[in-house]
Design a protein around this ligand. Sequence first.
Ligand SMILES: [Zn+2]
Length: 203
Amino acid sequence: MPQHVESISGCAYAVDAQDRIAAVDGGWRQFAMENDGEMLIADRVLRRSLWDYIRGIENRLIYKRVLDHVRQSGESVAFDLRCDSPTLERHLRMEVALLPENGCLFQTQLVRYEVREAVLLLSREAVRSLCSVAVCGWCMCVEVSGHWLPLPDAVQRLADHHTPVWPNLAHTICPDCFARLDALLTSSRPTWHRLDFGADLRH
Ligand SMILES: [Zn+2]
């Protein structure tokens, strides 16, 4: 198993009642160091708002709803998501559980992975155009011309039009993943409707 896969096989972090990052584990530190994650190094993230690190308003709303559900029900929530690097397709399982004093614990486990040829669309080294495409952080499907395509198909389509310049990525959640998570969190629907688009989520 490649080292950078091994390091995310177990990764956890905790937030306090105000959604500030209160603790990160060794898996987090290792992952940040090995995945160009200077911004994620522990000393810099502690006491920062969780919302600084979740990209896209839709994703922030989903995570807000997950946290509300866990805090209000006391029940853990588990869901699947992706955390790809250019050369690795990573399928993760995340569980969010209640901690004392209304904190929450996020625990991520690697379910499976595949090594692949580098996908330049995901690379920090890629030359970007002024265009952008939406990418779902939960399944890595990409919206191309109004259709949500699996990553390899999307890359093929975008390569036809943009190579060697790639569009920027706008991180969001696709309709299928939203429906899946919505069903999972149905019992917190009242919270969803009450959701305040607070300043923390808006940037
Ligand atoms: Zn999706």
